[in-house]
Design a binder for this molecule. Structure first.
Ligand SMILES: *[C@@H]1O[C@H](CO)[C@@H](O)[C@H](O)[C@H]1NC(C)=O
Ligand SMILES: *[C@@H]1O[C@H](CO)[C@@H](O)[C@H](O)[C@H]1NC(C)=O
Ligand SMILES: *[C@@H]1O[C@H](CO)[C@@H](O)[C@H](O)[C@H]1NC(C)=O
Ligand SMILES: *[C@@H]1O[C@H](CO)[C@@H](O)[C@H](O)[C@H]1NC(C)=O
Length: 545
């Protein structure tokens, strides 16, 4: 007994010593000091590109030649500038006040600024430069307007992977957002500085190739994983460079994101011109160069005046990846049709009610004719009235068919709420995934899921982002699948009695469905709303919104 106590005490002391000795890693001539968090080490806030400030604002990321100064990597870097949000409805509280409180709180918790291009590495403490562990790279979501790596701590994921006996290294990067990352206009196109946020992510992936071995990672075993805008980003990395991965990744995971229907980068001209006006750059010969010289606060205020994801424009985003001739040589859907797709195995899936969260901004659209106008002028500009009427034949006013799906007469906040939520869900998330699957099936290994958890939540149902609990924050089934997939390129375990997630093909469109209740997983068919989604995708192909 005494002996055992002694051993316990000694172990505790040794563990304490290990925790006290801060871990280090050598990159080029620099020594980085990280954090010890029990069985894992964290290296946070490592710059992966030159700060995109001064004349480097609105330019592609410039790589760091070599680290020549030691530094402490114990804290997350600041977030990239976040777009100010407007809160759609809060009964009894004036909207400006609610929005002000929200944005102030947010900024206090996650400070932001232009010098934001940092990357984080979280690894098993025991991993050394000869361990060659698979690498899971996380790209966060937030509508290309919001978010930072500080909101997504991968420590528990690394610990889980170790407990499963299949350790991985977790990496996450910040990337430029909103107008800072996705400025769009003919000027931007001519200068070749579109889709900078995607270039930032790609630069971070190149950084992983160069430096991950020093942390114990295998540069040939990188999986890129994202949710929402992060998942859309992952899908666009699969389309970039004619589908050539440049060896940057060997597998992909997309939660609520696929190649979205977006048009040419000049579609952002109105918003660009508004910023140029607001910042006093309209008389400049070179408006883009002028924007580089505008003080940050002034530019940020102008950007905040453009629509955000909770504005009336909703998911028809002002700042979003678009065809720029460089990163995206054509509209994403056309690249998909041409088959210019990285042929790597992937997991993709949706929440059942992707659109509900974004349908509160349009609750004043309560009548059929208002919805027709909204679709024609805001959500799907460039379409014709007959096309929209055809679409609304597929997505009817019948509240039994709207989203939250399968909730009967419940949740009809307005006569059009469930219908708009269904249109948003399929238009931006579900139909683009189905479309992508049609052109990848049979060419690579694919696993598809649908999350129907949280169905009972009023108004929102299985809302966008709810699957993050399963995969990221609570470490449920989807997290296990993703860890195994990162290590073996198959989400399934070899266990004889474990649940099997079958592969997807268009001939046999199997889908894993996550449910509330006693039976948490079942296998179903990914064929619901087939005609409606095909109509939607044809429409967006025809008009290139
Ligand atoms: C160290 O690196 C920085 C950033 O890459 C560079 O600007 C600087 O010239 C380097 N200094 C030396 C002494 O190499
Ligand atoms: C702007 O362009 C015009 C015509 O090309 C030229 O005359 C003028 O000097 C330019 N102004 C500046 C500030 O460069
Ligand atoms: C709803 O509100 C938006 C933004 O406040 C406004 O632009 C739009 O015209 C309104 N639509 C209807 C149908 O009332
Ligand atoms: C699926 O892809 C085939 C070509 O591989 C194409 O002919 C067909 O129209 C596509 N279907 C949909 C619904 O996109």
């Amino acid at each position: 007994m005494l002996f055992r106590l002694l051993v316990l005490a000694l172990t505790a002391i040794l563990a304490d010593t290990a925790a006290a000795a801060a871990p280090t890693v050598k990159l080029d001539a620099a020594t980085l000091t990280g954090n010890s968090a029990g069985s894992v080490h964290q290296y946070l806030g490592i710059p992966f590109a030159q700060p995109p400030v001064g004349d480097l604002r609105f330019r592609r990321p410039q790589s760091i030649q070599a680290y020549n100064q030691s530094f402490s990597a114990t804290h997350y870097g600041q977030a990239c500038p976040q777009q100010q949000l407007t809160v759609p409805i809060l009964q009894g509280i004036p909207q400006e006040i609610a929005s002000g409180v929200l944005n102030t709180l947010f900024a206090a918790v996650f400070p932001d600024g232009e010098d934001c291009l940092t990357i984080n590495v979280i690894k098993p403490a025991t991993a050394t430069s000869t361990s060659k562990l698979p690498v899971l790279v996380w790209i966060f979501g937030g509508g290309f307007e919001l978010g930072s790596t500080a909101m997504y701590d991968g420590t528990a994921i690394v610990k889980k992977s170790m407990a499963m006996g299949s350790p991985v290294i977790f990496v996450s990067m910040n990337y430029r957002l909103s107008a800072f990352g996705f400025l769009a206009s003919k000027e931007v196109k001519e200068a070749g500085v579109g889709n900078l946020g995607l270039h930032d992510q790609r630069e971070a992936l190149r950084w992983v190739q160069k430096y991950i071995p020093a942390f114990g990672g295998d540069r040939t075993k990188v999986t890129i994983w994202g949710e929402s805008a992060g998942a859309i980003s992952v899908s666009l990395h699969m389309l970039a460079n004619g589908g050539n991965t440049e060896g940057l990744f060997r597998a992909a995971v997309m939660q609520s994101g696929a190649p979205i229907p977006v048009g040419d980068i000049e579609m952002g001209q109105t918003y660009y011109d508004a910023i140029v006006d607001d910042t006093g750059c309209s008389s400049a010969n070179d408006t883009l160069q002028c924007l580089r010289t505008v003080p940050f606060d002034k530019l940020k205020a102008a950007v905040d005046d453009t629509p955000n994801i909770f504005s009336f424009e909703s998911l028809h985003l002002a700042w979003v990846p678009r065809a720029d001739g460089v990163f995206l040589t054509d509209h994403p859907q056309r690249l998909v049709q041409k088959g210019q797709i990285a042929r790597v195995p992937f997991i993709t899936g949706n929440c059942d009610d992707e659109g509900t969260l974004f349908s509160f901004s349009t609750v004043n659209v309560t009548k059929e004719n208002q919805l027709v106008n909204y679709m024609l002028n805001t959500f799907l500009p460039g379409t014709s009235q007959p096309q929209i009427l055809g679409l609304l034949d597929e997505y009817t006013e019948n509240i039994l068919e709207g989203s939250p799906f399968h909730t009967g007469i419940l949740n009809a906040l307005t006569p059009q709420f469930k219908r708009i939520a269904a249109l948003f869900s399929d238009g931006v998330f579900q139909a683009p995934r189905r479309f992508f699957l049609n052109f990848t099936s049979g060419k690579q290994d694919i696993w598809v899921f649908l999350s129907k958890r949280f169905k009972a939540l009023p108004l929102v149902g299985s809302l966008h982002g709810s699957d993050l609990l399963n995969s990221f924050f609570l470490g449920q089934e989807l997290q296990d699948y993703i860890i195994r997939f990162t290590v073996t390129l198959d989400p399934n375990s070899k266990g004889l009695f474990s649940f099997k997630w079958p592969k997807y093909t268009t001939q046999d469109p199997k889908q894993l469905i996550f449910l509330d209740g006693l039976i948490p997983q079942v296998v179903g068919e990914d064929t619901y709303r087939k005609e409606a989604m095909e109509y939607l995708m044809q429409l967006t192909l025809d008009v290139s919104v």
